[in-house]
Write a protein that binds this ligand. Structure first.
Ligand SMILES: NC(=O)c1ccc[n+]([C@@H]2O[C@H](COP(=O)([O-])OP(=O)(O)OC[C@H]3O[C@@H](n4cnc5c(N)ncnc54)[C@H](O)[C@@H]3O)[C@@H](O)[C@H]2O)c1
Length: 373
């Protein structure tokens, strides 16, 4: 059986997660990796045969079926365009691009090409989230009236915490929104089937000057450095967001990278006229369905497996599946290349780029912004 040939650009935190998940699918060979830093060593450690510093050379030489783009946001557009123009299918990390103009161009290009073009909003592929989507589409909650929740972390709490994400030249106009908020907004739009139509946001930058460690420090590293340089920060640490949805429902969310002890907390509470649903990444295989006049229900993994979501589980109930498994499920969905899919398309990625920018605009102008204006 011929294996699908895949190349991965960016071998930092998330690139390695891509490679591990791809290998678990079995029919995909990661034939090459590309990184501008230490790539030969990285390729050896990851047991990948070919290592490149230049993504164009990798794409030109390796006859790839797919390329996964796992580099800082400001590089996504050029890499994706180059690969698409050479008929290579694309898996782009989120946020799709640096700004919505770039995303629009890639989306328009994707419509003309017979390629699979996906953005890795992987939270959609937790089976509990697919279950929530299903029961909402079956009208089990009645009319949706409100949605709220949070996506919070603590890895940028201290002044000495630094990453390329803090720099708007690499991240784009937003940082916390682009990095984690867009995951949350994509997830609630996906689960509810509704669209966010207007937003009002407040931003706070707690550390306008941060101390960047001199030397090599990886994303999410907790290693302390000996020397630092001062860097002015022009992106937000905390976001308080209010929004209106396409059916008239209202919502709010908090996105922060500065909540001590919360490593990666995602919570969603969707309320309908008949029932509510609650999901938290801390217990990602559970869904709480809330009722007014009868006991609320806790739907666990074994219940989910009975509800025809079997193809999203690879292990039986009682055996936990988590973050790497959500990646595996996204890639399974993408590489299956079916018309009906759950992964985020380039349209979905473009949409999130527009919402990110409207949230930014709202915070700067201190007023509601309509997404479609
Ligand atoms: N879906 C998710 O859960 C998730 C999680 C983390 C990151 N991400 C996204 O993935 C992307 C990468 O984030 P990360 O945390 O892995 O960052 P990272 O800093 O850990 O890794 C980025 C890697 O890209 C390399 N790189 C930079 N410019 C390059 C270029 N021009 N050519 C080749 N390699 C280059 C860097 O040397 C580094 O190894 C971002 O867009 C981020 O938003 C998504």
């Amino acid at each position: 059986m011929k294996k699908i040939r895949t190349g991965v650009i960016g071998t930092g935190f998330v690139g390695v997660a891509h490679i591990e998940a791809l290998r678990r699918l079995g029919n995909i060979e990661v034939v090459a990796v590309c990184d501008t830093y230490n790539v030969v060593k990285k390729a050896e450690e990851l047991f990948v045969e070919f290592a490149y510093e230049d993504y164009k050379l990798m794409i030109d030489e390796q006859n790839l079926d797919y390329v996964h783009i796992c580099t800082p946001n400001n590089t996504h557009y050029n890499m994706a365009k180059y690969a698409m123009e050479r008929n290579v299918n694309i898996v782009l990390e989120k946020p799709m691009t640096f700004n919505s103009d770039e995303a629009k161009e890639l989306y328009e290009l994707s419509k003309k090409m017979k390629l699979t073009c996906a953005v890795n909003y992987h939270n959609r592929l937790y089976p509990a989230c697919a279950y929530i989507k299903e029961i909402i589409s079956e009208n089990k909650l009645g009319e949706i009236i409100s949605i709220n929740g949070m996506y919070v972390q603590d890895w940028l709490l201290y002044k000495t915490d630094y990453s390329w994400r803090l720099n708007s030249d690499e991240s784009g106009s937003t940082r916390t929104v682009a990095d984690i908020g867009s995951h949350w907004v994509d997830l609630i739009e996906y689960m509810s089937g509704l669209e966010v139509v207007s937003v009002l946001a407040e931003f706070k930058t707690v550390h306008p000057i941060r101390k960047k460690a001199l030397g090599d420090v990886l994303t999410f590293s907790t290693v302390e450095a000996e020397k630092y340089e001062n860097i002015n920060i022009d992106t937000e640490d905390i976001v308080s967001l209010m929004f209106r949805l396409s059916n008239g429902a209202i919502g709010n969310a908090m996105f922060s990278q500065m909540v001590a002890g919360k490593k990666n907390k995602i919570e969603v509470l969707i309320s309908g006229s008949e029932a509510s649903v609650e999901w938290s990444l801390d217990k990602h295989s559970d869904v709480i369905v809330g009722h007014r006049n009868k006991p609320s229900e806790l739907i666990t993994k074994d219940n989910l497996m009975m509800k025809n979501l079997n193809n999203m589980f690879d292990y039986p109930a009682g055996h936990t599946e988590g973050y790497p498994d959500a990646f595996k499920q996204v890639f399974k969905d993408i590489y299956n290349n079916k018309n009906k899919h759950s992964y985020a398309s380039f349209y979905d990625g473009y949409r999130q780029m527009i919402i990110n920018e409207k949230i930014y605009e709202s915070a700067k102008l201190k007023s509601w912004r309509n997404i479609n204006d």
